[in-house]
Design a protein around this ligand. Structure first.
Ligand code: FAD
Length: 449
């Protein structure tokens, strides 16, 4: 029997969740952490990301916020404004200048690469974290009760079987770890079409400069969402107001294969412009500015809800277990919260916690700590999407009435911009929650393994 920090930790995937897990375990003093990543290096799609206060709280705990490039170059958001896509009139505006005072951290937008690089650099500074790029997990071959065994293959090599004490599947929506876990538990789970796709666009200052109405957007601190039937566009400045990040969401009809492993493909500019043909001139102008060949389209997919995230000494996190539509801007936040919770929980194992049964128990506590919150946010993101995309009719009239009544502080049908929902999401402290509830859940006789 030894110290839980002697347990060997293997993380599959170096997306936002996997990187955060590597840093979180290292900060907790774990001595042997390996990250296996399928890609030959860190490769993040050039796009922005909203970094909500609950996410910044975790980054700060991991030493990845103050003075980070994401803090230095990101935008401190002043408001979330919902507009009618066709007329550009404001439907509702939530003031966010008080977010830091309310929740201890601001709401930022930034470049995905800055966030990933910050986490990667933090992980690289930890001597106990080892990255293995170009290595694909093929399957988990044993979940215990002794060590976990798994098969990985380097893109130039033969498959080989490795051992570890705890394996974390941070391998995203197409998770191979999840497939193995479901197989071993005799459970079924399917990837689901959401019927939605999105274009992701970055416009530079140079491209926007000739147009005062666009410069105003780039120089502001507002996150704006233009909505229309079955479609919307969300946009905000990143990179010290040098880049305007635009993400659209529309029915998945133009998507043309073949796609890569992330369901991303080159989009067609003409098709993109025609999807938003009835949107206002500001939107038309921005879409026209996109250089030909720079249109990237993502297919948005989901997964049937999982009843099980852990099996033996194997656990899933992030999109591998609760993929979400992006309408609440909480997918990466949830993955990073999962990562911090996992490290907290495993570090809290009793001093003799290298016992296999104890590890499985602690991982199930992690699942209990995370499942209700993530299920709520996933459902809320889907609901928000349905509300935002309403066509003409009674439901839309009622929604627009609610927008009008929302004003600066009231409940807003766009959950992402609604102060009551922001409160529920932003004030949550996943690490404090784990610290407060771990002992009770761990000791509970009803904990199901
Ligand atoms: C349009 C859009 C906008 C979004 N905006 C926001 C936002 O503003 N804020 C926010 O918080 N979230 C946002 N999200 C959600 C967020 O991007 C994801 O939820 C988050 O990145 C998931 O992180 P992850 O680590 O779980 O998975 P991923 O980021 O998908 O990482 C998985 C990693 O595992 C690797 N991998 C896969 N299979 C294997 C294998 N077999 N072996 C080894 N490695 C493997 C992959 O290469 C990848 O690096 C958005 C999503 C979309 C689609």
């Amino acid at each position: 029997m030894g110290d839980p920090r002697d347990l060997r930790i293997t993380i599959i995937g170096s997306g936002m969740g996997g990187l955060a897990a590597a840093v979180a375990f290292a900060k907790k003093g774990f001595k042997d952490i390996d990250v296996f990543e399928n890609a030959p290096g860190l490769g993040f799609v050039g796009a922005g990301i909203q970094i909500a206060p609950n996410l910044i709280r975790v980054l700060d705990r991991l030493g990845c916020w103050s003075e980070s490039s994401i803090e230095k170059n990101g935008t401190n958001v002043s408001d979330a404004t919902v507009l009618d896509g066709a007329t550009n009139t404001v439907l509702a505006r939530s003031d966010m200048t008080g977010i830091k005072a309310l929740y201890g951290y601001p709401h930022y937008t930034g470049h995905r690469a800055s966030l990933a690089d910050t986490l990667y650099e933090a992980a690289q500074k930890e001597p106990n974290v080892h990255f293995h790029f170009g290595e694909t997990l093929q399957e988990v071959t044993s979940f215990g009760p002794d060590q976990v065994t798994f098969m990985v293959k380097h893109f130039q090599g033969e498959p080989r079987v490795l051992r570890t004490d705890i394996l974390i599947g941070a391998d995203g929506i197409k998770s191979a770890v999840r497939n193995s876990l479901l197989g071993a538990s005799e459970l079924k789970g399917e990837v689901e079409e959401t019927g939605q796709a999105c274009y992701r666009i970055l416009l530079s200052r140079k491209e926007m400069e000739p147009y005062p109405e666009l410069l105003e957007l780039l120089d502001g601190n507002s996150v704006k969402r233009w909505i229309g039937e079955k479609r919307h566009i969300i946009a905000y400045p990143i990179d010290n107001h040098n880049i305007y990040n635009i993400a659209t969401c529309q029915p998945d009809v133009n998507f043309a294969g073949p796609t890569d492993a992330t369901w991303t493909t080159k989009g067609n500019k003409k098709a993109m412009i025609s999807v938003y043909a009835d949107f206002c001139p500001v939107i038309q102008r921005m879409l026209q500015l996109v250089p030909d060949g720079d249109v990237v389209e993502w297919r948005l997919r989901s997964h049937t809800p999982l009843t099980k995230w852990t099996h033996g000494a194997v656990a899933l996190l992030g999109d591998a277990c609760h993929p979400t539509l992006p309408h609440l801007s909480q997918g990466a936040a949830m993955a990073i919260e999962d990562a911090a919770t996992l490290a907290e929980v495993i570090a809290r194992l009793p001093a003799d916690g290298t016992n296999r049964g104890d590890v499985a128990r602690a991982l199930e506590v992690y699942h209990l700590l995370r499942k209700d919150r993530t299920a709520t946010l996933v459902e809320m993101a889907a609901l928000s999407g349905r509300t935002l995309h309403l066509g003409e009719g009674k439901a839309k009239i009622e929604r627009d009435r609610q927008f009008r009544e929302a004003g600066e502080k009231g409940e807003n049908p766009d959950k992402w911009a609604s102060p009551d929902v922001q409160k529920m999401i932003y004030e949550y402290d996943c690490i404090k929650d784990a610290q407060e509830r771990f002992d009770g859940l761990y000791a509970s006789p009803s904990l199901k393994l």
